[in-house]
Design a protein around this ligand. Sequence first.
Ligand code: SF4
Ligand code: SF4
Length: 429
Amino acid sequence: MSADYTAMWQELGLDLEAHDGLLTVLGAAYRDIYLSQQNRPEAMAYFDFCVSGIHGLRIKELMEAQAEGRKVVGSFCLYVPEEIILAAKGISVGLCAGADLGTGQSGRLLPNNTCALIRSFVDFKLAKVCPYFEASDLVIGETTCDGKKKAYEILGELHNTFVLEVPHTKSASARALWRSEIGRLVGRVKELSGVTITAEGLAEGIRIVNAKRAALQRLARLRAAEPAPISGRDALLINQIQFYDDPVRFTESVHALCDELDGRVAEGEGVAPSSAPRVLVSGCPMAAPNWKVPFLVERNGGVIVGEESCVGERGTRNEVAEGGSSCEKMLDAIAERYLQIDCAVFTPNEERIGHIIEMARDLNADGVLQYVIQFCTPYSMETHRVEEAMRQEGLPLLKLETDYSMEDAGALETRIQAFLEMLTARSER
Ligand code: SF4
Ligand code: SF4
């Protein structure tokens, strides 16, 4: 029998009835989308276990760490450096923002044309259903897109919030601003935790996060094999879990999975036939539990081989240079690494186009699915550049603009089926 965490959720101030409703919906979705898959790698059992304990065991761990004086820091974006939080003996958690709660509570604070991701995190906060949110001693926001910037003003009235200023160009003055923001973050984290950030602490934080990224890069490379040894759904799930799990334990578990996938690749064993159209997903982040589009692609015979996304390679591609001789040098290296992220909020953002082409070639993708969350101006507008680059590359592209509701699932599925049929016909020519 699974443990009863009701008292813990009560202590966090969750709305127990709404939270129960959320867990019921998520449990059913997980069974349908994940546990129904055939021929999953055995090592996925660890990640299933993570999901089963996502609101229970992992939260208990966080609260035990807090009882020992450690701080939990929540964030929504790749620009928040986990290395600095770890250096202050803190724990970094991603606040998912990947589900439509259907309560509509955010409607009284946000305009209708707000992207689903922002609406979701405001709804989660207002509805008091996210134990990660409620357990966070501090939430770090960032000045990335306009919607998030303004939403953090609202969030600041509801939760202890700190906003990091992310520049929107990579000019010399922008770099200087970003480096000074990294310094300001160090000060805020020190103030929160009471822990002085030392060179040893930073070096350890850099090593842990680099190792996590290296494990995820190993997993990403294995997906180039034909047939693909793991489904896109499972790979996405692992990329989502990285934002919740203990980073060292997570890294070991990803390597254990990759060891098993090495064997599958050597045996030519896959999760889908070699003839399955290989799809690269590119665009907006798919925060947990946003599984709608990958499910529709794979249910219709495609296989997703990569995610050019924040919950994917945009987040794991670059590592922080190790070996800095002082705190300041290590913070320079952190600032440098994080400014390499090619989010569409930057202008110009040429690197992203090059990365999509590189991934499509490396993963032998048959087509690109450009995923845009409805009302996301940066990624929607950048789609034009991506389309043009894919046309020159000779790769078909399907743009899907959607939110988190299931209302458009039928229409999306029809378009996805047509896209997959076209990819299959091209490969048979
Ligand atoms: S898309 Fe940009 S703003 Fe959104 S999480 Fe990724 S890096 Fe942050
Ligand atoms: S999906 Fe787009 S609009 Fe929404 S938070 Fe991310 S960058 Fe902003």
